[in-house]
Design a protein around this ligand. Structure first.
Ligand SMILES: Nc1ncnc2c1ncn2[C@@H]1O[C@H](COP(=O)(O)OP(=O)(O)OP(=O)(O)O)[C@@H](O)[C@H]1O
Length: 814
């Protein structure tokens, strides 16, 4: 096992490596070859790659003017064989509704009308049903297309609905016996078959019986991507369905009692789910919507950054389940929004990502929301305020409220683990630390001492199929290594996490200049832009998202293969959540931390908190680094000039604006000579920029390869799917079709290239295990000090002994 070196590797190594035979490096790799005889319109065979952009931009309609939703929740069944019709989803096709796991859907105001038309069409063309239904699925986030007319039983009795239900199952009935063992309602089983989940995940297996059948409160801790949303979502739906059926039976017995309004008109609020981020709320809401698809139960998201009026309109429909962020929820509650303050029938209160909720920025609003919840020992009649809407509260809804608290990192602290084992009732609450605050909040929300505690996290807490690694480099070289990762191993979706928005901006600007398509996500962005970024990232199979920790929790996007920690997070919890964006459910994935000398102390303590003794070092092939550094140096120069220009322009326009507002005429303060000079400077600057851009374009037009290769051969890593496709297309072109003469035709041209290897493969094949558990230097120092102390003590003891002996001898002589 090697030891982490005290200083970052020098890039001289890269230069040395340049001289090595690159074929040796490519030896063990699979080589693909492709021939073409086409005549090329340019001397450079790769001219056509310049400026090419992979990935389609999707169009979104105006959020504030339309219904919105986030189809991330329509879950991608993992490890499940789908029937062919269920599989038909395009990847990165540029269609906003066709991303793998769905996408952010915006539905225009006339959604209802369109929805009705679709239904009519369905009857006429039964063969189109499936297709239309899929479309309906991806647009059911809007208020008007909810399939919630009538109750669940009506839905079953309805022939059309029956046909709808029969379609779209991804798995057969006999395959879901593991779910049936959990005694879930038949309609829920049908929903699960549509989602394509063959069996419950361990956390679902553990939570559903306790929450749905024993009516217990639950504290749930399980790894990221383990299906916690349904672990609390299914018990909620189960209880609402059971109560609805019992109510229906009761009403038949007592014809005087009016049934509670159901279906389209909703009813009192039954479940309130609070999440720390808007994206997560939208995602959880869509996940539950998908699970409640056949149940005539309404689920809506209430989040900041969206039109309040629209959300108030949605609330007028009295949805049974609300998923929201503390800020907007409290804003509406404190404004007296009827549906949100009439909480007498609330049966579930859920804190998702509970440990994040107690951090600054959420705590006070959350506390205020919790204080609005009715006391559990007060009877419903006493606690409810008189209302005009809720005339009758069925007796069955008067059961105790259940509280669910979930997170992947709730049990990270040993103390909390111990406390969980001892039980909540015995713990003393204090507001001084976060752990106690979770307890305090849970108790305040009505969590009972006999709550079921489900802790399925292992010592390191990260997802089981996640491969963790690091690259040691200097702070300045982080950009180079990131570019290396994205261009040499740019397979699958990648999230690059930055801790600061300034770093995020710099990284994304560099990637942009270097021709790597990426999107950004941070808290200072408008909500519409945030959703758009996620939507586009989701729609691109090899997309790159540069994000702050706003994307660290909960985001469930299929196909994220790699997470890069460009800057280390502030806590182990955030590291776990960031890394957990990959290797979700049954999939695998890898994360790579870029560690500069100043990150080391943080990195060691992170490894210590996660009980890591060793970690893999990501294998970097140094032959690529000279070219990487060249491109980066050009990109940096371009960035510098562009920044300077835009700063000057901003300054100028600020001056002009202010002068205009003060009705002052702007005069050129400088002399004629100064003006001429400044013009000259500008001209030189723009010429320099053009030159640099051209030079960079020339480099980018060639696939990344080591300097020793001829341009007529591509070899080594770096033949991305995009390049592969472009080469294939070019090779298919008919030479006579473009009117070129025979003399102009190139001779047979051989392209040798290795399939782009994704980081996880590279890590598995040549990642080197490095000891990270202890800072060796510090440990050696500590051992040396202990040894010296022991020596000192030994000497002292010997001296004491000698003194005593001398004394004895003196006394003897007397
Ligand atoms: N029983 C199941 N079988 C297969 N896939 C499932 C199952 N339940 C949920 N999933 C899928 O697993 C993925 C992760 O689920 P979910 O988002 O609920 O995880 P999580 O534990 O809440 O993760 P995080 O801690 O990161 O928020 C989702 O895409 C979901 O659709």
């Amino acid at each position: 096992m090697a030891e982490i070196s005290p200083s970052p590797p020098s890039l001289k190594k890269a230069k040395r490596a340049k001289k090595e035979d690159p074929l040796q490096a490519a030896d063990s790799r699979r080589l693909d070859s492709l021939r073409w005889n086409d005549s090329l319109p340019n001397d450079d065979p790769f001219f056509f790659l310049a400026g090419s952009n992979e990935g389609g931009f999707l169009s979104l309609e105006e959020i504030d003017e339309s219904e919105y939703g986030f189809l991330g929740g329509v879950p991608e069944p993992l490890g499940v064989e789908k029937k062919p019709e269920g599989k038909k989803r395009k990847r990165g096709s540029g269609d906003g509704n066709s991303g793998d796991g769905g996408s952010c859907i915006v539905q225009a105001e006339d959604g209802e009308k369109r929805g009705t038309k679709k239904q009519k069409k369905k009857k006429k063309k039964p063969r189109d049903k499936k297709k239309k239904k899929e479309e309906g699925e991806s647009s059911d986030n809007g208020e008007k297309s909810e399939p919630v007319e009538g109750n669940a039983e009506d839905a079953l009795n309805n022939d059309d609905a029956k046909n709808d239900i029969d379609e779209g199952f991804l798995i057969d009935e006999d395959e879901v016996y593991a779910w049936k063992e959990l005694r879930l309602h038949p309609l829920l089983i049908k929903s699960i078959r549509r989602l394509g989940f063959k069996e419950p995940t361990p956390v679902q297996k553990a939570c559903i019986p306790a929450a749905a059948h024993q009516g217990k409160d639950v504290i749930g801790a399980a790894e990221t991507g383990s299906g916690k949303t349904l672990a609390f979502g299914l018990p909620i739906l189960q209880r609402l369905l059971e109560e609805r059926e019992k109510d229906a039976r009761l009403f038949q017995k007592d014809p005087d009692e009016k049934p509670v309004e159901k279906g389209f008109m909703g009813g009192p609020l039954r479940a309130l789910i609070v999440t720390p981020t808007r994206e997560l709320a939208l995602q959880v809401s869509d996940h539950l919507k998908a699970a409640a698809k056949l149940l005539a139960i309404q689920v809506i998201p209430i989040v900041g950054g969206m039109s309040s009026e629209k959300q108030e309109r949605l609330l007028k429909r009295r949805p049974e389940i609300i998923v929201g962020t503390p800020g907007r929820l409290w804003e509406l509650m404190s404004a007296g929004e009827q549906h949100l303050v009439e909480l007498h029938s609330l049966s579930f209160f859920v804190l998702d990502e509970a440990d994040r909720m107690i951090e600054n920025g959420h705590f006070h609003e959350l506390q205020s929301i919790i204080d609005m919840l009715p006391m559990l020992n007060v009877s419903v009649e006493q606690s409810s305020q008189p209302t005009t809407i809720c005339k009758t509260i069925p007796s069955l809804q008067r059961k105790k409220r259940q509280t669910f608290v979930f997170s992947a990192t709730i049990a990270l602290s040993d103390n909390f683990r111990k406390k969980l084992k001892r039980g909540l009732s015995t713990s003393k609450s204090s507001t001084s630390d976060g752990i106690s605050s979770i307890e305090k909040l849970s108790e305040r929300a009505g969590m009972r001492p006999d709550a079921a505690i489900v802790d399925l996290t292992n010592a390191s807490i990260v997802a089981a199929k996640l491969e963790e690694s690091f690259i040691e480099c200097s702070e300045e070289d982080k950009e180079a290594y990131l570019y290396y990762l994205l261009s040499v191993h740019g397979q699958g979706r990648t999230i690059v996490f930055c801790t600061s928005i300034a770093a995020l901006r710099r990284v994304s600007s560099m990637l942009h200049i270097l021709g790597i398509n990426s999107w950004t996500l941070h808290a200072q962005m408008q909500q519409r832009a945030r959703l758009k970024a996620i939507d586009r990232f989701r729609g691109n199979e090899h997309g790159v998202l540069v994000a702050t920790d706003v994307a660290a929790r909960g985001l469930d996007i299929p196909g994220i293969r790699t997470v890069v920690h460009y800057q280390l997070p502030h806590s182990a919890e955030v590291y776990i959540h960031r890394s957990g964006r990959t290797a979700r459910a049954s999939a695998d994935g890898c994360c790579i931390a870029l560690i500069s000398p100043s990150d080391k102390a943080k990195f060691f303590s992170l490894c210590k908190s996660l009980s890591k003794e060793s970690l893999r070092q990501f294998p970097v092939n140094d032959v690529y680094m000279p070219e990487v550094m060249k491109r980066l140096s050009l990109a940096r120069q371009i960035d510098k000039i562009t920044r300077k220009n835009s700063q000057e322009n901003a300054k100028k326009s600020w001056l002009l604006r202010n002068a205009e507002s003060l009705e002052l005429a702007m005069e050129d303060s400088g002399s004629e000579e100064e003006t001429v000079n400044s013009h000259k400077q500008k001209k030189i600057g723009s010429l320099q920029l053009k030159k640099l851009q051209q030079e960079l374009n020339d480099h980018l037009a060639r696939p990344l390869q080591s300097k020793t290769f001829s341009n007529r051969f591509l070899a080594g890593a770096g033949v991305s799917p995009l390049l592969q496709q472009q080469l294939e297309e070019l090779s298919k072109k008919n030479p006579s079709g473009n009117g070129s003469s025979k003399e102009n035709k190139r001779p047979g041209f051989l392209v040798i290239g290795q399939d782009c290897v994704e980081p996880l493969q590279a890590l598995r094949s040549s990642g080197r295990e490095v000891c990270v558990s202890v800072d060796r230097k510090r440990e050696t120092r500590r051992l040396a000090e202990t040894w010296k102390r022991k020596k000192r003590e030994e000497k002292k003891r010997t001296r004491e002994q000698q003194r005593k002996e001398r004394k004895k001898a003196k006394e003897g002589m007397k």
